[in-house]
Write a protein that binds this ligand. Sequence first.
Ligand SMILES: NC(=O)c1ccc[n+]([C@@H]2O[C@H](COP(=O)([O-])OP(=O)(O)OC[C@H]3O[C@@H](n4cnc5c(N)ncnc54)[C@H](OP(=O)(O)O)[C@@H]3O)[C@@H](O)[C@H]2O)c1
Length: 240
Amino acid sequence: MARIAIVTGGTRGIGKAVSLALQERGHTVIANYAGNEEKALAFTAETGIPAYRWDVGDHEATQESCARIAAEIGPIDIVINNAGITRDGVLQRMSFDDWNDVMRINLGGCFNTAKATFAGMRERGWGRIVNIGSINGQAGQYGQVNYAAAKSGIHGFTKALAQEGAKYGVTVNAIAPGYIDTDMVAAVPAPVLEKIVAKIPVGRLGSAYEIARGCAFLCSENAAFVTGSTLSINGGQHMY
Ligand SMILES: NC(=O)c1ccc[n+]([C@@H]2O[C@H](COP(=O)([O-])OP(=O)(O)OC[C@H]3O[C@@H](n4cnc5c(N)ncnc54)[C@H](OP(=O)(O)O)[C@@H]3O)[C@@H](O)[C@H]2O)c1
């Protein structure tokens, strides 16, 4: 059945691949982005998917934007909380702003979109929320106390909200990607990246489409019995 889906940070990287995977499965997709107009315009021109600009870390803006989407397009049944940023640095050099920005956007964004959409999903008796966590939230990472804490928080958020949605046909799951070939990873210095790839048993970075296919499965009718779970897609880099 065709549903209405929003993908935060859906205009490039993993989010773009998720937007396309959900569109391929017949859903009406709306992508969100923070401020990169050029990429957003190119994305809409290429895919026909509308892109709405707002900061997912801004609670009021998220409530207003989701209400606007529901009014203009229809009730939101699928939410992919994918928008995320990094502000890396060892603790001595990490500012309070670096900490707050990452918590506000990466973890706060999940709360904000869930607040805007979860009640409607429950009332209609069907919903899918997929939160994009990270291998670094599972295993930790040097220089990322903010990012690892926010992503680890996403995994707890997922398990708690899954319990609230289960009786109402609303599933809540997380995906923990390993290192994926996107702009975010392109920002990692080449020597560091080489060392990272050397630790991936599959021997390469993942592609955004490999995350998107997992996400599309978790959003499908067939995944109704999967909730509160974390799907690790990381080339074998972290197993537990
Ligand atoms: N790439 C990896 O290896 C990897 C690994 C594990 C987890 N992840 C997670 O996967 C997700 C996507 O990563 P990516 O590599 O595809 O990132 P990316 O290429 O940097 O793209 C990030 C997307 O998020 C949007 N965004 C950032 N801050 C936002 C905000 N405050 N409000 C709304 N949208 C915002 C960006 O919008 P603009 O285009 O307007 O800037 C962009 O569309 C992130 O949550 C990331 O932490 C990535």
